[in-house]
Structure formats: C-alpha cells, structure tokens
Design a protein around this ligand. Structure first.
Ligand code: UT7
Length: 315
C-alpha cells in the first residue's frame, strides 16, 4: 500500500493564546513555553463534517483519483457530530463517494491504527483504493473552564488516499491500558433500567503521566522500528510525531541525536488535533515540497488508551 495523495481543512477561526487568557487564568507565555502552541483553529459556524468533506476532496484531487474509484472509507475520530450513521458514510454525498465506510476511535493514535487496517484490507483484496480521513473536534468536549486541558487542543480534518504500491512498509503498536490518565465520557442516556448512571465528564488528563508515557514509548517504538528496518536514526528524513507538545518532540529528538529539521512541527498554529495531527503535518509537507519520491518517514502517534502506533513509510 502507498499514499497516493493528501488533503486537509482547518476551521476558519484562529484563537490565540492571548484570547484564551481573556477568560482563563493562563498566559501566552505559559502555553507557548510549556507546549509550543501559539494559536489553534476552532470550529465556530462550520461543522466537523464539512471539514472532513473538504479534506477528502482535496486529498482525492491531490492523488488524481476520482471519487468513484474509492471502494472503502475509514474515518478516525474520537467523537463525530452524529453517533450514527458513521461520519464515513455522512461525508459521501458531498464528496461523490458511494461505498462502505466506518468510523474508528483509537484516540490520537487513530490515524496510524487505521493505516494498519487499510493495509490489511488491501493485502487481503478487500479494497483497492481507500480514503482515510481523520476528523477531530475536541473543542466540543474539553472543559472550557479547565485551563489544564482546553488550551492544548485544536480542531481539524486531514485525509489521505491509499492505493496499491510499495510505500507503507511497516506498522507496529503498543498499549498500556490506563483509562484514568486520559478519558472523556459520553452522557449516560435515560434508560429507566440503568442503575445510578454516573454523570458524564469532560476530557480529563493527567498531563505529566501522558507526557512521560509519550516520550518513553515513542522513543522505544521508534528505535524498535529503526532496528526492524535496519536503519540508523539519521537515515530517516522526517519523523512525524503526534503534535501534542513541542517538548515531547524535543525529548524524543535529542535522545535519537538527530537534527531539528528531521522533526517537523506545526503545533504552533494548530494545537493538538488528536488523530489529525500526523496526516495534517503530512499534507503541509507534501504541499510545500519537503516530501520527494523515496523520502523516508516515520510516523509516531500516542494517546488515550494509552496506546502508541508507529509506521515506517517511503514516500
Ligand atoms: O494527545 C493527547 C496526549 N496529551 C499529551 O500528550 C499531553 C502531555 N502533557 C503535556 O503536554 C504537559 O504535561 C502539559 C502541557 C499538559 C502540562 O505541562 P507541565 O509542564 O507538565 O505542567 P504541570 O501539569 O506540571 O503544571 C505546572 C503548573 C501547575 O501549577 P502549580 O501546581 O505548579 O501551581 C498548573 O496548575 O502550571 C499550572 N497550569 C497552568 N498555568 C497557566 C496548568 N495549566 C496551565 C495553564 N496556564 N493553561
């Protein structure tokens, strides 16, 4: 399987750190120093579905693939606008698709996890061209009174078109189930039979625990992938890490002893966009010409579960 094209879409509203400091006990200095984030894009009058549709259309155009050639759609999202049908079905009329689709949730690891499913589907002959869309709007379920979480996230959609070829070489996962470190709950519903349904919570995160997990596991997983491929750290052109915190990227980069240019980032302008962050950065790099045929890439994502996913890709 290889990546034939990329696309993305961001909400039009840009929210700076200073704007957040207007209603939260926080500052541009704290957010920028601790995370690298300077601003993020947040949904206002558009929908997550419309972002997913635009990202999909752009990816198809970039790939030179007609919508009718897509035979499966995978969407990664923590929470779409509707519970059912899946966002992977709802985007189809606007994008011109007509095929089976389903939504997947593996938190911020979703994109890498879905790549593995797509690869399996292609290798088993189930599909020949797959549209993989990551669409996230964490602004809808973070607590906007909680400065420890709401300042971190942004909304976005990003898509790739996948087809047959030699590109996505290997994908690996790891997991350490620890729900207390990062979770958000759905409302309990109104079943008269449910016993004491617990009230729903907004997203809660033990930031430092996730931070330690992210640095140690990403590093270990990347090293394992390099070993498996017979590569040295400097043989990889770009490491596309989940954009959760610039300090996490730096922690991994310095331990791998590679130069800064190999660890691209756009978190300054997007915040943490969960499963979108890797394909969003990939689209930026595809369009600005940083990716050339044969570029060696490592994708590394981590998040709720907790779980991690690592992929080695030749462009
Ligand atoms: O994609 C999901 C994966 N998520 C992540 O990867 C997140 C990983 N974790 C992190 O990125 C960092 O742990 C955070 C950015 C979340 C927090 O940074 P930190 O350096 O670990 O800060 P901290 O949690 O130790 O908090 C330090 C202080 C605390 O105050 P006290 O107790 O020292 O008085 C916090 O209350 O900073 C305070 N604080 C803030 N201050 C101003 C927490 N959030 C804010 C804020 N503005 N927004």
């Amino acid at each position: 399987m290889r990546i034939l094209g990329t696309g993305s879409a961001l909400p039009k509203l840009t929210v700076t750190n200073d704007r957040l400091a207007g209603f939260l006990d926080t500052s541009d200095e704290w957010i920028a120093t601790r995370t690298g984030i300077r601003e993020r894009r947040l949904l206002s009058d558009e929908t997550l579905q419309s972002l997913a549709e635009t990202a999909s259309t752009r990816a198809l155009e970039n790939a030179g693939v007609a919508p009718g050639e897509i035979d499966f759609v995978l969407v990664t999202t923590v929470l779409a606008e509707t519970l059912t049908p899946a966002l992977a079905m709802d985007i189809q009329p606007a994008v011109g698709l007509k095929c089976m689709g389903l939504d997947l949730n593996a938190g911020c690891t979703g994109f890498v996890a879905a790549l593995a499913l797509a690869k399996g589907m292609m290798e088993s002959g189930q599909a020949r061209r797959i549209l993989l869309v990551s669409a996230e709007a964490l602004s809808r379920f973070v607590d906007w009174n909680d400065r420890t979480t709401c300042v971190l996230f942004g909304d976005a959609a990003a898509a790739v078109v996948l087809g047959e070829g030699e590109g996505v070489k290997a994908i690996a996962f790891d997991a350490e189930p620890r729900r207390e470190v990062l979770c958000a709950e759905t409302p309990p519903g109104n079943s008269p039979f449910a016993v004491d349904p617990a009230p729903a919570t907004y997203l809660k995160m033990a930031g430092q625990e996730v931070y330690k997990f992210a640095v140690s596991h990403s590093l270990r997983d990347i090293r394992a992938m390099l070993d498996m491929q017979g590569l040295r750290p400097e043989d990889v052109d770009y490491y596309l890490l989940h954009q959760a915190n610039l300090r996490i990227l730096e922690g991994v980069r310095t331990r791998l002893r590679v130069d800064e240019a190999r660890f691209p980032h756009d978190i300054e302008f997007t915040g943490n966009t969960s499963s979108c962050s890797v394909p969003l950065l990939l689209d930026v790099m595809n369009r600005d010409g940083r990716l050339t045929p044969g570029s060696r890439l490592i994708f590394s994502a981590f998040g709720a579960g907790l779980c991690t996913g690592t992929a080695y890709v030749e462009w």
